[in-house]
Write a protein that binds this ligand. Structure first.
Ligand code: FNR
Length: 426
């Protein structure tokens, strides 16, 4: 018995969610392009491996004989701004249509239903507006969708009151900032009007890293006309396409390559420009709307982000897809939390390499306030569309709830360094 797990004696789980199995099942389902785009890492995958290795040197130390009967995976985020079902949520990932026809819509809906944070990438393969709506639909359906779940761990089943406790989680828009201010403003405006409540500026990917397995195919996927929809539906970008004589209906290849060059332009930005984007976002969306920086790996950059007034950072190396040989993200997290973890009004979040609830707990124990998940749900989407994403997310929720129980942890607040025994860096 645990919350979020509904495949007990009534229903068999549709597939095994062990990450190795997920990867194998997804590799069989996906097109060659989809598989190579999702699975490839920068260079020799050393950073991808370093991400995993960083988890192995921290061991969890379970506590015994603690009354965990009333426990909750729920947290409040950003000093009480939002309640969410769990301290983990959906990382922004581009071109979801190459994994499944339902693409971003499926992911946004499943996250909304489960009360988990959703993030949409600028490289999304559906219009911002449609993804906002899908997330809204999921939110609206969250009581009904979870009617059979035992959301507070008390064991009641079937149409119970507990399902009403699934919170309304926020949705975030991830910005790849084009060198075209009008376009940036248009994207931010669309995101705000579609109910996206925070902006995440990704700073580590002005262009895609060198990924051997993917240098030919990711662009190819775009060229097949999948992946530029978020751009093709933008009025400012439409004007640019018209001026260049490009019709995305007739010439998907040209339109897509224009969009790729616009978001992955390979040209530098600056801290000043990031501050500008934050100001603009808050002018458009409101002073209370958060602006976060994703892709931070150095202590100095984290300090800089805090000094400049950003509301938080995502410590991330983009799943090891950008700089091969870079430090494992969890190792970077430790140093960054030491430097800025206590700053008021500043939230340190984390991603890269999380493959299960134990990894989430380790990151939280090291001081992250929230964890983003990428590849796990990508595989679920590839395997079975919306149902696949839902199954992966529910399994992770169940995994986390059970882990809290067997670790002797009642609330996420109780997760701290006292639960860890850490070995030296290798
Ligand atoms: C990503 N990531 C990413 N990040 C971002 O800011 N915008 C994007 O469009 C994408 N696209 C993307 C595609 C694919 C296929 C992957 C695997 C990753 C990075 C993502 O947000 C996150 O940082 C990592 O995926 C986290 O690591 P794990 O959980 O995948 O190990």
């Amino acid at each position: 018995r645990n919350m979020f797990w509904r495949y007990n004696d009534r229903e068999l789980p549709p597939f095994n969610t062990h990450p190795d199995v997920l990867e194998r099942l997804a590799s069989r389902k996906l097109s060659q392009n989809g598989w190579l785009y999702a699975s490839s890492n920068a260079g020799l995958s050393h950073t991808h491996l370093a991400n995993r290795q960083a988890f192995f040197r921290h061991k969890l130390v379970p506590r015994q004989l603690i009354d965990t009967n009333e426990r909750s995976t729920r947290i409040s985020l950003f000093d009480g701004k939002w309640e969410v079902s769990a301290p983990f949520g959906i990382a922004p990932v581009g071109i979801n249509k190459i994994y499944h026809d339902q693409g971003e819509l499926a992911v946004a809906k499943a996250a909304g239903e489960l009360g988990l944070v959703y993030s949409l990438s600028t490289a999304g393969s559906f219009p911002i507006e449609d993804v906002g709506e899908a997330n809204e639909e999921g939110r609206a359906n969250r009581f009904k969708a979870n009617e059979n779940l035992d959301v507070d761990g008390e064991g009641s089943e079937g149409g119970n009151e507990n399902s009403k406790k699934v919170p309304e989680a926020p949705r975030f828009f991830q910005l790849y900032m084009p060198h075209d201010d009008k376009l940036t403003l248009s994207l931010l405006k669309r995101a705000h009007e579609s109910g996206f409540q925070a902006c995440i500026l990704t700073t580590d990917t002005s262009q895609l890293g060198w990924r051997h397995d993917d240098v030919a195919t990711s662009n190819y996927a775009f060229y097949r006309g999948i992946g530029g929809e978020l751009g093709f539906t933008d009025p400012v970008f439409q004007k640019r396409m018209a001026e260049a004589g490009v019709d995305p209906q007739k010439d998907a290849v040209k339109a897509a390559s224009m969009w790729i060059d616009t978001i992955w332009h390979g040209r530098a930005w600056s801290w000043e420009k990031a501050v500008w984007a934050r100001e603009k976002w808050q002018e458009i969306a409101g002073k209370d709307k958060l602006f976060l920086i994703k892709g931070i790996q150095s202590v100095n950059d984290a300090k800089k982000a805090a000094d400049l007034g950003f509301e938080g950072v995502v410590v991330s190396n983009h799943a090891g897809r950008q700089v091969d040989g870079a430090v494992g993200s969890l190792d970077a997290l430790e140093s960054i939390v030491k430097a800025v973890g206590e700053r008021r009004g500043f939230t340190v979040m984390f991603d890269s390499g999380v493959r299960g609830a134990a990894d989430v707990m380790k990151a939280l124990a090291l001081g992250a306030k929230f964890v983003f998940i990428g590849r796990l749900w990508i595989w679920g989407l590839a395997i079975m569309g919306e149902e696949g994403v839902r199954h992966v997310l529910r399994s992770l929720l169940a995994d986390f709830d059970i882990l809290m129980n067997v670790m002797g942890v009642r609330s996420v607040d109780e997760i701290d360094a006292s639960l860890l025994e850490s070995g030296p860096r290798v």
